[in-house]
Every structure is written in structure tokens, then in C-alpha cells.
Design a protein around this ligand. Structure first.
Ligand SMILES: [Zn+2]
Length: 197
């Protein structure tokens, strides 16, 4: 995967729009699984729900891990792959409760939210060796939250040469690895009880 050019990923003209991690020259598990992205997920957009019943972060846990791309279910919070990843392995930590603001979660939820954020970093380091991370919560539509009504913490792995800056990414990038593969990798590496189903 040394020469991960646009041609190698099979996506026309993607040299300028993908995370071409081959440029970084750092081998990792994600690179070896480089395959076309399952674009079906993207078409609906992420802002198309009106209430709790269609909230993706409320609906997700009612489905299977595979269907919802969940990598871990905790007591009060769970971890899911972002359907609109900035980088492969972009995870979201969500409370099960449909609350919008960081100040809305209980002490217990806050503790698990933080703990899962730390575990997410450890797991991503293990499976894909990122050299950095962006962590953060966008609060409110004004703050840039795609799904402002349901709190979520972003955990975005970063590699030298991934060539993008987290704050300026305003649109879905072409991520040329299937979300299924990434979900499996991360779920299997997650410590503790198995989350197979
Ligand atoms: Zn919700």
C-alpha cells in the first residue's frame, strides 16, 4: 500500500478528495482493508429527522450492532461508527438518552461517556496506530452539530499526512473503506465482554 494513489482506490479522481493515508507511509490495519465505501448510507443525509422517533442515535441501539455499526454497548452510553466519517475509525460516544447538551447528562452518564472516550482512543491506537486524535462535541446547530438534539462525542483518529483539518471539513468525504470492516475491527479489539450481537 505504499503507493495509494487515486487509481489504487478505484475511485475516479479521488486523489484530491480522499484520505490518502498511503502518503503518510505509516502502515496500519485500516490501510490493508482499503475497499470502496458503502455509499448507500450517505444518501439520506444526517439532518433529516424531526423528533426522537427518527433520531438515529435513539434508533441505532434498537437494531443489531452490524446494522447500526455499533462497536460497544455500555450501561448508559454506547459507541458507534460515524456514518459520515472524517477519517476511517471515526467513532461517536452517545448516551442512550435523547438529550442535547453536555450539561444534561447525569454523573453516572458523564463518567461512562468519559471512560468510553478513553477506551475508544486505546482501541483505535491498537488497531490502526493513529498519531493523534480530535475529540469533541459540537453543541447546538450553531456549534456545528449535525444531530444537535442528541449529544455525541466525536473521536477522530489522525495520521500524519491525512491531509485534512478537522474544523474545516464541511462535507462528507469519500472514505474508501467499508464501515463494516472498520466496525468489526474496532468491536473485536474492544476490551471486556464481547459485543458480537
Ligand atoms: Zn436521540
Amino acid at each position: 500500500m505504499q503507493e495509494n494513489t487515486g487509481a489504487a482506490t478505484g475511485i475516479p479522481g479521488d486523489a484530491d478528495v480522499t484520505d490518502d493515508f498511503g502518503l503518510a507511509g505509516v502502515p496500519d490495519a485500516f490501510q490493508r482493508l482499503w475497499t470502496p465505501h458503502r455509499m448507500a448510507y450517505i444518501k439520506g443525509g444526517q439532518d433529516q429527522f424531526k423528533n426522537k422517533d427518527d433520531c438515529p442515535f435513539c434508533v441505532g441501539p434498537t437494531r443489531s450492532d452490524e446494522e447500526s455499526l455499533i462497536v460497544y454497548r455500555g450501561r448508559t452510553c454506547y459507541v458507534v461508527l460515524n456514518l459520515f466519517p472524517y477519517n476511517p475509525g471515526h467513532l461517536l460516544i452517545c448516551p442512550y438518552r435523547h438529550v442535547p447538551d453536555y450539561t444534561d447528562i447525569t454523573v453516572e452518564e458523564t463518567a461512562e461517556f468519559a471512560e468510553l472516550t478513553q477506551t475508544a482512543m486505546r482501541v483505535l491506537r491498537k488497531v490502526s496506530n493513529p498519531s493523534g486524535f480530535n475529540l469533541g462535541m459540537n453543541q447546538g446547530v450553531t456549534g456545528g452539530a449535525g444531530i444537535a438534539a442528541h449529544l455525541h462525542q466525536h473521536v477522530v483518529p489522525r495520521w500524519g499526512g491525512d491531509g485534512n483539518f478537522f474544523p474545516i471539513i464541511a462535507q462528507t468525504k469519500a472514505i474508501t473503506q467499508t464501515l463494516d470492516e472498520v466496525r468489526k475491527l474496532v468491536a473485536e479489539a474492544w476490551p471486556g465482554e464481547s459485543n458480537a450481537e
